[in-house]
Design a binder for this molecule. Structure first.
Ligand SMILES: [Zn+2]
Length: 320
C-alpha cells in the first residue's frame, strides 16, 4: 500500500496578485538637460472628446446604433513604472503562524460529526452498519449539546466550514463528508469510505464532547487497532500530535480529564476503525463545561478551533 499519496495537481496554488508600487514611477527624478526643452515625462494630453472622425454626424438613433462611440477604445499612454519591489497581497487567512501556506492541491477531508436532522430520523440513524473489525454500530447518532441547547452538530458544522475556508485559501483540495447541517447522516461507514475513496492526505473528524461539568479541553483520537497497518497508523499518530501541538499554540487546552496530553487511542470508533488514510477524530471541548460551552457556542471560538486545526494540518502536510 502506498504510504505517501501523490499530490494532486488539479487545484491551483493560491494566486498572488502582483501590484506594482505607484511610488516607483515618482521615485525616478526627471532629468533636466540644458537646451533640451522637450519633456518626455509628460504624457500628451489625449483629446477628451473622441471624435466620430468622419463625415457629418447624424442624429443618433435612440437605441439601435451598433457603432460604439470610441470612448472605450482610447488608451492613454502609460508610463511604465520602474519595477522595484513587487507588492504582494497577503491573504488574510494565511496571516500569522501559517507554517506551510501552500497546500499544493493535497486532499483534506473534513468530517463534521452528526447532522441536523438525525434526531428526527431515528429509523435511519439507528440502523446498524459495518464498524470495522467484524463489528457493527448504529449508522449515526444525534450528538450532544450545551446546557443552553446549542447543539453539537451546529458546532461541528461551524468549525468545519471555517476550517474549510482557511485550508482552501492555503491551496488544499478540501472535501466535506456532508455539505449542509440540516440533513441525515451519512452513516459512519460512509464517512470513512469518503476519505478512503478520496485518497485523502489527511482526514479530520470534528466533534464536541458531553462529559462531566468539570472536564475541560480537547483531545485528539486515533485508532488503537491500526486498520491499515502500522505505517498508516504512524501517520495518523503524527497527524494527531501535530494537530494537538497547533491547537495548544493557538491558545487551546488539552483535556484535563480524558486521554493523555490531548491524545487518546481508541478501539471503539467506527470512523477510525474503517479509515485507511491518516485520520484523527477530535473532541474539541466539553459542551457540558461552562467555559468550553461559551467558547464552542461563539463564532470567534469556532474560528479559534478551526485556526488551530488548520495550522496543525499545514504543519503535518508541510513536513510530509
Ligand atoms: Zn460527536
Amino acid at each position: 500500500m502506498s504510504a505517501c499519496a501523490t499530490a494532486s495537481q488539479q487545484a491551483d496554488p493560491p494566486s498572488t496578485s502582483f501590484t506594482p508600487t505607484s511610488s516607483a514611477a515618482s521615485s525616478a527624478s526627471p532629468i533636466t538637460v540644458p537646451g533640451l526643452s522637450t519633456s518626455v515625462s509628460e504624457s500628451p494630453t489625449p483629446s477628451p472628446t473622441p471624435e466620430p472622425s468622419t463625415s457629418t454626424p447624424e442624429p443618433a438613433p435612440e437605441t439601435t446604433s451598433v457603432v460604439d462611440a470610441p470612448d472605450d477604445d482610447y488608451t492613454p499612454p502609460v508610463e511604465q513604472p520602474t519595477p522595484l519591489e513587487p507588492v504582494q497581497t497577503q491573504d488574510p487567512a494565511t496571516q500569522a503562524p501559517a507554517p506551510a501556506p501552500s497546500g499544493g492541491g493535497r486532499v483534506v477531508v473534513i468530517d463534521p460529526g452528526h447532522n441536523g436532522a438525525n434526531g428526527a430520523n431515528p429509523d435511519v440513524i439507528n440502523a446498524l452498519v459495518d464498524a470495522g473489525f467484524g463489528e457493527t454500530k448504529p449508522c449515526n447518532t444525534t450528538g450532544t449539546s450545551t446546557n443552553d441547547g446549542y447543539t453539537e452538530h451546529q458546532f461541528n458544522w461551524g468549525v468545519a466550514t471555517k476550517l474549510q475556508a482557511i485550508l482552501q485559501a492555503r491551496g488544499y483540495d478540501v472535501r466535506m463528508t456532508r455539505t449542509s447541517d440540516d440533513g441525515v447522516g451519512p452513516c459512519v461507514n460512509k464517512r470513512a469510505a469518503f476519505g478512503n475513496d478520496a485518497n485523502a492526505d489527511a482526514v479530520i473528524s470534528i466533534h464536541g464532547d458531553g462529559d462531566d461539568a468539570s472536564a475541560r479541553g480537547f483531545y485528539v483520537m486515533t485508532a488503537e487497532r491500526a486498520p491499515a497497518g502500522a505505517a498508516m497508523a504512524a501517520q495518523s499518530e503524527s497527524l494527531a500530535s501535530t494537530v494537538r501541538d497547533a491547537l495548544v499554540n493557538d491558545g487551546l487546552s488539552p483535556s484535563n480529564h480524558l486521554g493523555s496530553g490531548g491524545l487518546w487511542k481508541r478501539s471503539d470508533l467506527a470512523g477510525l476503525n474503517l479509515s485507511t488514510r491518516p485520520t484523527v477524530m477530535i473532541e474539541m471541548g466539553n459542551m457540558r463545561n461552562s467555559a468550553d460551552a461559551a467558547l464552542m457556542s461563539s463564532s470567534a471560538g469556532q474560528q479559534q478551533y478551526a485556526q488551530g486545526i488548520a495550522d496543525g494540518v499545514s504543519a503535518y502536510l508541510g513536513a510530509g
